[in-house]
Design a protein around this ligand. Sequence first.
Ligand SMILES: [Zn+2]
Length: 416
Amino acid sequence: MTEMTQRQKYDLKRTIEELKHCKGRHTELISLYIPPSKQIFDVVSYLKNELSESQNIKSKTTRKNVLSAIESIMSRLKSFKQSPENGLIFFVGHKSIGSDQTEMVQFVIEPPLMIHTFLYRCDSEFYLEPLEDMLSEKEIYGLLLIDRRECTIGILRGNRVELLKYMTSQVPGKHGKGGQSQRRFERLTEIAAHEWFQKAADKASDIFLEHEELKGIFVGGPGPTKQYFVDEEYLHYEVQEKIIDTFDTGYTDEFGLRELVSAAAETRTNLKISKEKKLMKRFLKEVTKTDNSLSVYGEKQVRKALEMGAVDIVLLSENLRRYRVKLVCPTCNYSEYKTLKEEDLEDFEPSNCPKCKTPTQLELEEKIDLIDEMSDLAEKTSAEVEIISLGSEEGDSLFSAFNGIAGILRYPLNFE
Ligand SMILES: [Zn+2]
């Protein structure tokens, strides 16, 4: 497998965030990457060696912590006859939890993409680079806007538009004073325009050549100038070769970058951003309908619709950062579900049981990321899930205007 599902990407991203938070008090956090080609018994003998080397660690607590981390990995490895399809990763060690206290953490990850290199590292933080590389965006396009007055250079990374350079020209307007000097004026203007195009092209070439990974370049601007610029091959030939198409935009500034991406997404429907834009447009169109609207939004409503099997597509903002928790009364077994924000969870104060009224407090029994929970719920009725990141117009509006949770229904519902 070379492609991850949205869900896998999301889960990996969250795991990385969690791992990043773990800090050791000393060099006592172990990261171990095992590629599928590596025999488990080879890994075990490698660890045995590390175990005896670690006896020499001077600090007593560090030594104790490192030894117990290695032993813990060795014992977990026993349950694997061979490395899984994509390999195996261990992150084990004592993380600091403040005031000289530590807590043992153990992550065993079967990565969604294959690991190629064996790696053992003991440090005060986990080594995450190979995991982060799996997440790095592969859909990268260059964006170039040009007319006689402005040039904007940017990059489309997945769904995100980045502005890299904005330049303005000194080219005078097309119309001079008229009369005898008109031809001379025009000639000077053309020279100035040529110089401007060359200057903009040089800058764009420099920037785009630095991004070898560009899958292509979209060029935009108002009127015929951009096409002239492309046809005259102002850009470096390697950059020139990457031009996919030109598009009409009203602007040549930062706003124009978004116009260009929208225009490209319309025609190039295999672009990642195209699907997102299409779905959000469909949703927004439904929102404005007063009768038989197929839109639903807000966690409560979407959840209800999902439980009814009425949802076709769920749209979830990647930045929700919420958890679904199950609270249970230890006395009478009463239970309830709640959705909490990440920060609410950190200083969570459980309430008294509403059923048995004994002054026992509800206990937190389960905790699951809301996106995972909603995705599971969607799966039960074969609703499609689209996880939408911030950084695009659509993603931002889902997050800010609809609380990050929305859906397109299979049939209209009445929630009154
Ligand atoms: Zn109770």
